[in-house]
Design a protein around this ligand. Sequence first.
Ligand code: UDP
Ligand code: GLC
Length: 417
Amino acid sequence: MSTSDLSRAQMMSRGAAATAIIDDIHAPSATVITPSVLFVDQSGQLGGAEFSMLPLAVAWVARREVLLLSDGPFRSRLESQGVKVHLTLDHGVSRIRKEGVRLGWLGTLPGIVRQVRAIARQAEDFDVLFLNTQKALVLGALGKPLHRKPIIWHLHDIMSREHFGVMQRLMVKWLTRYAVDGIIANSHASAASLVALTDCRPEAVPVVHNGVDVREFSSVDADDIGTLRRRLGLPEGVYLAGLFGRLAPWKGQHIALEALARMPDVHLVLVGSALFGEQRYAESLHRQAARLGVADRVHFAGFRDDMPAWMKAVDVILHTSTEAEPFGRVIIEGMAAGRPVIAAAAGGVVEIVRHRKNGWLVEPGMPALLAEAIETLRAAPELAQRIADQALNDVMQYFSLDGYLAQMKRAMVAVTG
Ligand code: UDP
Ligand code: GLC
């Protein structure tokens, strides 16, 4: 199957899943009582899972509060938008990484018990527990005998061996079977991986794709791209590619650098920082840029809060994940910014991007193909513009924030009856 056939098939299955969710909700909305929700997330950092929970928590009409297992900018974001946040911190538990749930974690057992109890205590005051990350799932679901509340798990990951260790996969398998009442996946790729792991019915894992607020993007004036670049400290008068997202080996920033080395006069801006301890990788990117002789054409911008401006300042947006991306918010954001997006064709990405229609798909991990795609779009500005226009239409139709919030609410209410 060609990539475009593949993405068409995925688009069709996406439509089917959305209908399934809607069909499941028979009660007219006027009679639905919105439950109160305790949202739990392990991270204080701002990653895609947190950005997808943020508007949901903000817009939730019934009582809702957030419990975070780490402190960081996510807390201030929530609080500044009127969401009450609690923290329950444990240094040992915070250090457990998704691939590293090994025997060593026995030493963290007292911390785990404390966290389980803390979550259960907070959950007592709410109708539903909404677990947004892997660690939140484990700690929240282990406490079910204490809190006895319905549990919704928002699955943001592909539960494959590449992404997760044996123990984590085993725990997910048992907890979803015995403690979780409802699961919502961020893509068909994530949903399928969970079905494969747990043998559950595919209907038990409805899919709601992330959405973005297109208004945030349209409010940035990008008519004068020179002024925009000057404001952001970016080079003017050059062809500029942008790669947005945290610096991590599987996000593939090194692939973009290798592609850059094949294109003598293209510049690249990397927006994002190492959020989850990937400092060594971030440093290796600087060394790689120097080794490849492209350091003067690579601009490390660090983590930025104003993504619409950064995205609108570039000519083309790259997505370079080397492992299957569960969804890829940066892709729909790039589309909302009205820029052509070249993306690595794996995982949830092919549910978003239709090759040559609303974006450009390339095989993951192949710098030569990535460079070829960039050169193709660079040489054909009309094609690039047509793709970007279609992308914006598709985001408004399929990946709007309002659509996301409505579907999430329906799926969540369906779980609690
Ligand atoms: N992001 C940001 N500033 C940065 C880099 C990334 O606000 O400097 C945001 C980006 O806009 C997106 C999210 O971080 O909403 C990354 O989400 P994605 O789903 O693409 O990837 P994840 O890191 O969650 O796997
Ligand atoms: C996770 C995934 C990312 C997805 C995000 C929001 O962080 O890695 O692909 O876009 O969740 O669902």
